[in-house]
Design a binder for this molecule. Structure first.
Ligand code: SAM
Length: 294
């Protein structure tokens, strides 16, 4: 008997009915029922038999199954205990797909990678993320400098656009700078509501982050870089100098701030959203140097 793929409307409804499963909105549960979209997600991750995949939130296994067909090993982290017996059933044809129960935000993902992927040189995260924690999950994966090849995620369209935005555009912000510091960001495709059950209220998109071996620009202190970036975008309508004064230097240090901007050759009247990663790094490095001299 050939088994139908999980990600079809008929099979998904059968599984949900068999287990009397009810969606929890608070956990961002929108399951994929479209194999074409799944193909695009999996293709973007560039998997093969010798590679591994980590999935965050397998649901009933729609994406997990497609990952298991391509990757040598799949580890899926699911927070909702009610899904564990369902996954044990739906994923039974794929013994190299393992489900781990837990909250990915609380998990030591570096340890998970070294424990579970001894045989696989390259590991990617591939997920249809729960939208309520998209940014937190992505920042965790990037900031922890995990040994990942790609991060391919289905997220809200607006967030995908922000993360992949170029300087000088309306949606370029702190998240774009921080994500692009660690990875090359690319919006793979926009996705209609109709590929999910239940359908989310927002538009979605697939984003690919190719994780860089070393960050895009050299910074002496990542903490300082973060502070500069966050301060620069604190109030979008204000100039860079106003934002830096109000949110980082303090008004009493105006002269010093102007000196630093001058040394970095950045016009204080510009807005944060026009600065490149290299310019943020220049400000940050001058500030770290000041800290060491005083
Ligand atoms: N991958 C499935 C699919 O595409 O059909 C389900 C995707 S659904 C958008 C998100 C999944 O993430 C749900 O199964 C949800 O229970 C799970 N989830 C939510 N928060 C989580 C967390 N903090 N850690 C791990 N899984 C989580």
């Amino acid at each position: 008997m050939t088994m139908r793929d999980i990600a079809t409307p008929i099979r998904t409804k059968e599984i949900l009915k068999k287990y009397g499963f009810s969606f929890k909105k608070s956990l961002g549960q929108n399951f994929l029922i479209d194999l074409n979209i799944l193909d695009k997600i999996v293709a973007a991750a560039d998997l093969s038999e010798d590679k591994g995949a980590i999935e965050i939130g397998p649901g009933i296994g729609a994406l997990t199954e497609q990952l298991a067909k391509r990757a040598g090993k799949v580890v899926a982290v699911e927070i909702d205990q009610r899904l564990l017996p369902i996954l044990a059933d739906t994923l039974s044809p794929y013994p190299h797909a393992e489900v781990v129960h837990g909250d990915v935000l609380e998990m030591d993902v570096a340890a998970l990678i070294s424990e579970k992927f001894e045989q696989q040189q390259k590991v990617s995260v591939v997920a249809n993320l729960p939208y309520y924690v998209t940014s937190a999950i992505l920042m965790k994966l990037l900031e922890e400098r995990l040994p990942l090849e790609n991060i391919v995620v289905m997220i809200q369209k607006e967030v995908a656009e922000r993360i992949s935005a170029k300087p000088g555009t309306k949606v370029y912000g702190a998240l774009s700078v921080l994500a692009q510091f660690y990875a090359e960001a690319e919006l793979v495709t926009i996705v209609p509501h109709t590929v999910f059950i239940p359908q989310p209220n927002v538009d979605s998109a697939v984003l690919r982050l190719r994780v860089r071996e070393t960050p895009a620009v050299e910074v002496d202190s990542e903490t300082m870089f973060y502070r500069v970036v966050k301060a620069s975008f604190a109030q979008r309508r204000k100039t860079l100098s106003n934002n830096l004064l109000n949110n980082l230097f303090g008004k009493e240090n105006k002269e010093e701030m102007l000196q630093i901007l001058q040394k970095a050759e950045i016009d204080p009247a510009r807005r944060g959203e026009t600065l490149s990663l290299a310019e943020f790094a220049a400000i940050s490095n001058l500030l770290s140097a000041r800290g060491q001299n005083s």
